[in-house]
Design a protein around this ligand. Structure first.
Ligand SMILES: Nc1nc2c(ncn2[C@@H]2O[C@H](COP(=O)(O)OP(=O)(O)OP(=O)(O)O)[C@@H](O)[C@H]2O)c(=O)[nH]1
Ligand SMILES: [Mg+2]
Length: 380
């Protein structure tokens, strides 16, 4: 049977299935909410008010991988309206389908003023009550000093011990940002967002927040790829026919390949997805086709014929893992290379990685780390 990763796989359909997280930015007026959206998306998407509140209620900026929901800040004395407007929005969305809900909230403070009100505290705890991940961003740290920053942190921590706090500087002036470099937590905030967004949105967060390449590689290799391998094992465990297994696996592996590319913002660039397919199929004259089939036997260190159901499960898991890890490493090397000015081709890196030794090593790694678990599941 020919392996065609892309045959029944529609990238655009898959793209639609990925849920785009809605991150709501709210808090004090002039705290730099719109500027933070610009800083985080790398674009000038939100209106920037020059110290004057921009009256626009709540606005959603739809991005390719992340939607930012910008809201008017509240002014002292108008807390009640602010709280009911924002909570009203969150609650109305929670009645909608899952993709329409607010999935995360960033609550912003203006450190130029450094004021913490009961309204802020009430608002944050109301969001927490709704089980939506929320963090505090102490923005405009260039306009304060270490003492005020610590006092503010201390007060928030005392009243809301479970909330995570980040220092930030979203000034559009490069010199201003550089003057406080080393004191603000852009990377930490991004990693917090990645860790706290629901699992089905992590791919989009990696792409949309430009998470560091190292963190993307780690997230994919420690969490995403093993979970896909486990799914492959489960899918195969429920089926007996090898043909059905292959079809199931191809779909799952195609989606995984696409997701990994997307995590590195490499989907839709050239046609790397097709490249992956052709490299996998040509490597070793189809013997490396990473689905279950008799041709794979010689690659598999679990003892020859795939006749035992338990072994099937292990093979499906380990080969899906090997494929995922190989694509992950290729994307990582390709992206870091590009940053350094290298023009190495994606397909050459992938070919270099698709060696029997490498695949065997990964299959072994999976078997050691996860194999026991899979076969046990199978025996139950
Ligand atoms: N110095 C400094 N200025 C900042 C920083 N972040 C934002 N600003 C400036 O603060 C002003 C207000 O920023 P906005 O992003 O409009 O603030 P906002 O919270 O969206 O304000 P509203 O929508 O009116 O509630 C603008 O002039 C920004 O350029 C920062 O970290 N440092
Ligand atoms: Mg604004």
């Amino acid at each position: 049977m020919d392996l065609e990763l892309t045959k029944d796989f529609d990238e655009q359909e898959e793209e639609k299935k990925l849920i785009t997280p809605n991150i709501l930015i709210c808090g004090q007026t002039g705290s730099g909410k719109s500027s933070i959206i610009n800083a985080m998306s790398g674009k000038q998407i939100a209106e920037i008010g020059d110290e004057v509140p921009v009256r626009n209620g709540i606005k959603k900026y739809k991005g390719k991988s992340i939607n930012f929901v910008d809201s008017d800040g509240y002014e002292i004395g108008k807390e009640e309206k602010f709280i009911s407007d924002i909570l009203g929005y969150i609650d109305a969305q929670s009645e909608e389908d899952y993709p329409e809900r607010v999935h995360m909230v960033w609550y912003c403070f203006n450190m130029g003023v450094a004021r913490l009100t009961d309204g802020d505290l009430r608002m944050i705890s109301e969001i927490e009550k709704r089980k939506i991940p929320v963090c505090c961003i102490l923005n405009r740290i260039d306009q304060t000093d270490g003492g005020s920053l610590n006092t503010m942190r201390g007060e928030i921590e005392k009243r809301l011990p479970s909330v995570t706090i980040f220092n930030f500087c979203a000034s559009p002036e490069r010199e201003v940002r550089e003057s406080v470099q080393g004191y603000f937590d852009e990377e930490k905030l991004k990693n917090w967002a990645l860790a706290n967004i629901p699992a089905d949105m992590k791919i989009n967060v990696m792409a949309g927040l430009s998470i560091s390449l190292k963190s993307r590689r780690k997230q994919l290799s420690m969490k995403y790829i093993p979970s896909q391998a486990a799914q492959a094992a489960v899918a195969v465990g429920m089926n007996f026919s090898q043909v059905a297994d292959s079809v199931l696996l191809i779909g799952l592996q195609a989606r995984m390949a696409y997701h990994i590319l997307k995590s590195y913002e490499l989907s839709g660039i050239g046609n790397l997805f097709t490249t992956i397919q052709s490299v996998i199929v040509s490597a070793g004259g189809k013997k490396l086709a990473l689905t279950i089939g008799g041709t794979l036997v010689e690659l598999i260190p679990v003892g020859g014929k795939i006749i035992v159901k338990g072994a099937n499960v292990l093979v499906a898991g380990s080969l899906t893992y090997a494929l995922g890890m190989t694509i992950n490493e290729t994307c990582y090397q390709y992206s870091t290379g590009r940053k350094k000015g290298s023009d190495a081709e994606f397909s050459d890196i992938l070919k270099g990685m698709m060696t029997k030794e490498n695949i065997n090593r990964l299959v072994d790694e999976y078997t050691k780390k996860y194999g026991k678990q899979n076969t046990e599941d199978e025996e139950k």
